[in-house]
Design a binder for this molecule. Sequence first.
Ligand SMILES: [Zn+2]
Length: 430
Amino acid sequence: MTTYLIRNAQILGGAPQDIHVVDGVFAAIGEDLDVQADIDIDAHGLIALPGLVDLHTHLREPGREDAETVLTGTRAAAMGGYTAVHAMANTFPVADSAGVVEQVWRLGRESGYCDVQPVGAVTVGLEGKQLAELGAMHDSAAGVRVFSDDGKCVDDAVIMRRALEYVKAFDGVVAQHAQEPRLTAGAQMNEGLVSGELGLGGWPAVAEESIIARDVLLAAHVGSRVHICHLSTAGSVEIVRWAKSKGWDVTAEVTPHHLLLTDELVRSYDPVYKVNPPLRTAEDVEALRRALADGTIDAVATDHAPHPAEDKDCEWAVAAMGMVGLETALSVVQQTMVDTGLLNWEGVADRMSHRPARIGRLAGHGRPISVGEPANLVLFDPAYRGVVNPDTFATRSRNSPYRGMDLPGRVHATFLRGEATVLAGELVER
Ligand SMILES: [Zn+2]
């Protein structure tokens, strides 16, 4: 294996130190290390963070390889500083059996760019009627511990209760896409002032909050773990804060786009801003930032949702929902959380690596940057300034809401178990 000597990196934003990477692990860390390596990297001014972990990625394979494949999605992940992503189950076929989750897991291993941890469906075919083979998926080579019908809500309270009871046996977690389906029938955007003015069907905050309230109560009742996907409203934050104050095993994530963008953008009718849950108000954005800062929200998760041009370059009403996000997540977090003084780099490492790995019970990721630990690492340049151009992205899709925006920071290098996947801002061909 290639050995690396990274000079003067600021680990979690601290004083510059050298990092020696040998045989997949951090072999030595300190000032002015007197060691040799195959490749020397000048990391002056770069922040070193543990490899990022995403709890919520749509890789689209199998079934929608025109939007993304495991290979293109993991290349995008590496460019974003990720060393592990959880692949959502809403593929074709649905990842609701040991066979499909093992296929996705193997494709990830073969890509070599980023570990892929498949998420198993909660119900057969994401239809919400019958529990999928949760135990078989857990016992498979993929070792699934996170289950979600994401894209759809597990809206039947009895099915949700059974799923929560079932995953207790192997310390699994149910990740809920909280959306009361009847309250959101025909919804096109956030229900509020803007939807009223535009005459678009509204997706009310209460449709998210009522499911979260129900599910934290269910999790407490059966003594199990629930994780709330893509929190998007101030009210949702209050419910999660209350559930945590009770000592219940509840965790939550927020997407980068819900930390930055608001429903005012929908006035453009540009479907690049169409997403589920929808972009909310400035007050919601502020509440989400504060909740991520104080730890009420545990993790940033991208909800990277690639779509081919024909599904996005069309009328608002018929456009697909979702945005790509792997390659811009860290920059958006720098702008919204670090540059605003809400979170330091240690906090970023916690919300984007340590805690998501712990929620997914993912071994070998989200570990500290210490001697003997697996060398999963990102070197990030916070001083970089550039205009986002999705045409240069590694993802197969181009539906980024940040096109043309100035976002701070850039991933300089990513290491997966001691091998560089990105160097000098470019993918390393493997
Ligand atoms: Zn979702």
